[in-house]
Design a protein around this ligand. Sequence first.
Ligand SMILES: [Cu+2]
Length: 156
Amino acid sequence: MPSLRRSLRKPVSLLALVLVVAPLAACVSVSSTLETIGITITDPWVRPPTGPDRPAAAYLTIEAIGDRADALLAVSSPAAARCEVHETTMDSSGMAGMHPIERLEIPAGGTVKLEPGGYHIMLMEAQELTVGDTVELRLEFDKAGTVVVQAEVRGG
Ligand SMILES: [Cu+2]
């Protein structure tokens, strides 16, 4: 009864095919997701507050790999009530100040450094931070979506 045998064999071979293909498909989708994210964060670190009721600050380097520009829109952290992206400015008398910005543009193929005296992330009402601790930062990008990094608390 060749026809019966064929109908029995077919579902089995189809299942085997699915089992072989499924892990491959998963791999492909992961690597293509990484490619389309196009954002790399390096050297994230947090400076503890300089005094009571003062915010902590976070610094890191953002790189937009490839030919797609992006923008940092918002930051949040379980270690702080809220976070703001700030720009450091200098007034005409040479006094340094800072103000929140809504978008931090990352040019395609470019690198933007958040560092003391420049762009930075303020952690408002941060929990107590000890040097050596790790703080999770959730960075929300216009194109790449949410990128989560672990930032080390450093002295200074
Ligand atoms: Cu600030």
